[in-house]
Unconditional design. Sequence first.
Length: 362
Amino acid sequence: MSLLDVTDLRVSFPTADGVVQAVRGVSFSVDTGRTLGIVGESGSGKTVLTQTLLGLTPGSQVSGTAMFNGVNLIGLGPDQMRRIRGEQIAVVFQDPLTSLHPLYRVGWQIAEMIRAHDKSVSRKQARERAIDLLGRVGIPQPSRRVDDYPHQFSGGMRQRAMIAMALSLSPKLIIADEPTTALDATVQAQILDLLLRLQQESDTALIMITHDLGVIADIADEVMVMYAGRAAEKASKHDIFYAPHHPYTKGLLESIPRSSAAADRLKPITGQPPSLIHLPSGCAFHPRCAYVMDRCLTEEPQLRSVGDAGAHKSACWLPAAAIGTAEAAEAARRRAVGEGRHAAAARVAEEIAASPEGSVIA
């Protein structure tokens, strides 16, 4: 059994405009010592998915199960969740400046985290452990910097301090929610190397949430691509990068800037993510998909195996042969479109082609 097994998780938020279907039937698992990368555009449900596991989505309507170490996280009371959150499952949030309290010293905040879960630790012992943790994550002169305030740290140092806080109680699982978004490329690489090193040292499971496929390439073992609150594709890192099946995954890969094509125009995915209150019928990606077919307009595809051993799954009506980036896969996509696209889907394809960055399969 995996360390974390999430099954058919659904999260919605009632609002004055309607029900926001933030997460729609997502299932995944994470094993000890492994890294799951969750990738997708803003608004795809990545953060809500993981925050729900820790009871951080007040006012939401939640169903499904999330078995962590034999305990179902969904529906846990505040006291039970408090014993798990921070101690067994730690979170590194996207913006450390807003996650760290500006009026308290960084070392005090780390020490307070330790003492909140272990009353037997004295203030002196907690401070010494905070200094050790700051040194472990690469903060220079930790015995001096432990008494600094968050505004005295750079962005990269604040993120290191957040990682130190996450590691303070030796959790079994760390959730890193876009921890490198606001950092420059050099510091981003340092933070990723730090996370990998610390994970290997403690055999901790890691969930990395990001919209950057470059980060996924560096750190993930398995990848789940999310779109409109659902898993669009799930596979190993190798299969996601070298044998994508879902057109959304293919579009994400094609939109990555390449140094070898500096003079070429970027190739974005057409359109915008859909409203999670008023979702399109059928496949939620069909208004942006160059391979749209008639059944995509009315039937929502479920995850199905498209690769060997059933480990590679995709929620798309394209045939399993349409996997990868080779010409044979593109030919399979064209054949499927030729057989499955008629008047209704053709109109959608024309609208996609008419957009400024549009492209369509004839």
